[in-house]
Design a protein around this ligand. Structure first.
Ligand code: NAD
Length: 352
């Protein structure tokens, strides 16, 4: 077993990266957090780490090789965990170039720096070094009504986002096979939970339903996603980092397939119970079907038995417990949400 003590995390001001950083620091790990602070980066999420010596935030681009090389030399991390990415499918349809710049060219940049740093290490430090690449199940394309994605499902990405993530996964694979870089890749299903930017389905619907606004649902609402609570994704990454086999990929998912419309109805019912609308109006009457996303994948479902059987990982939340916890989190953290909605989160700076 190989338990890293110092991590270089990229994209750690985003949704999953920040949840991961909070968990890792709480467990006593030292984290150097490199994030460009695009619209998706939010330092308010990391507020509780102000003044904590275990966390060092650095604003910068994963493609900046001078910065990356300097950080690796200065902090000598035991592992790099690469979350940084452009991550929103709709934005990739409007403007795919930023997705290639960060997800493909940026990942290449960090891989070259990681390879050169790893080569400079000796003995046990070189043996135990890992580059963990965080990716998505969307690289596998869309499923019919049967079957699940496994680690050997052929790649068939359908959106500019998933195509750019697929390209990054291939580069990671190539850096292992060509240069011997000790990589591991995780391909995870859709995440939800605290600190998710409210452009994504679940926080969008929570916020709109709470405000009693119309609830936009793509197409017929019958697209299926396999949902995983973000904290469970983070424990899976830690497990793979510690015990995953070099050069392997691991699918991560919680066995929680749901039609989008059911997710929306579940959120409506939870909010109706916690904060009833005047006259007892049911929030699901606010649902409005809107024109479908172009190329919208119909169904994703992930088989995570390799991760479960080989590394003993289990999710701690079912969809029902995770979604209730998430609704409560958004209700209890309205200051975080309003700073995102009014744009003031972009002014946040962490103290030295
Ligand atoms: P996010 O958009 O919330 O966060 C991305 C973070 O990366 C932001 O803080 C942003 O500022 C930063 N970033 C973007 N470009 C950068 C660059 N060039 N250099 C440095 N930092 C940069 O995304 P997320 O939902 O937290 O996803 C994190 C990772 O997990 C991504 O790689 C994504 O593909 C993957 N993933 C996400 C999901 C999901 O459901 N959200 C599921 C599986 C995998």
């Amino acid at each position: 077993l190989n338990a890293p003590k110092t991590l270089l995390v990229t994209g750690g001001a985003g949704f999953i990266g920040a949840n991961f950083v909070l968990q890792a620091v709480a467990d006593g790990l030292h984290v150097i957090n490199l994030d460009k602070l695009t619209y998706a980066g939010n330092l308010n999420t990391l507020e509780q780490l102000k003044g904590n010596d275990l966390h060092k935030f650095v604003q910068g681009d994963i493609g900046d090789q001078v910065l990356m090389t300097n950080l690796l030399r200065e902090y000598q991390p035991d592992a790099i965990v690469n979350f940084a990415a452009e991550s929103h499918v709709d934005r990739s349809i409007d403007g795919p170039r930023a997705f290639v710049d960060t997800n493909v060219v940026g990942t290449l940049g960090i891989l070259e720096c990681a390879r050169d740093f790893w080569r400079s290490l000796e003995g046990p430090r070189r043996e135990s070094f890992r580059f963990l690449h965080v990716s998505t199940d969307e690289v596998y394309g869309s499923l019919g009504s049967e079957g699940k994605f496994t680690e050997s499902t052929p790649y068939a990405p359908n959106s500019p986002y998933s195509a750019s993530k697929a390209a990054s996964d291939h580069l990671v694979r190539a850096f292992h096979h060509t240069y011997g870089l000790p990589t591991v890749t995780t391909n995870c299903s859709n995440n939800y939970g605290p600190y998710q930017f409210p452009e994504k389905l679940i926080p969008l619907i929570i916020q709109k339903a709470f405000a009693s606004e119309s609830l936009p649902v793509y197409g017929d609402g019958l697209n299926i996603r396999d949902w995983l609570y973000v904290g469970d994704h983070c424990t899976a990454i830690r497990r793979v980092l510690e015990a995953g086999r070099i050069g392997e990929t691991y699918n991560v998912g919680g066995n929680a397939e749901r039609e989008n419309i059911n997710v929306v109805r579940t959120i409506c019912a939870l909010l109706d119970a916690r904060s009833p609308l005047p006259g007892g109006q049911k929030r699901e009457t606010l649902i409005t079907f809107v024109k479908d996303r172009p190329g919208h994948d119909r169904r994703y479902a992930i088989d995570s038995s390799k991760l479960q059987d080989e590394l003993g990982w289990r999710p701690s939340q079912t969809f029902e417990t995770g979604i209730a916890h998430t609704v409560d989190w958004y209700l209890g953290n309205s200051a975080w949400v309003s700073r995102v909605l009014d744009g003031s989160y972009r002014m946040e700076r962490l103290g030295a």
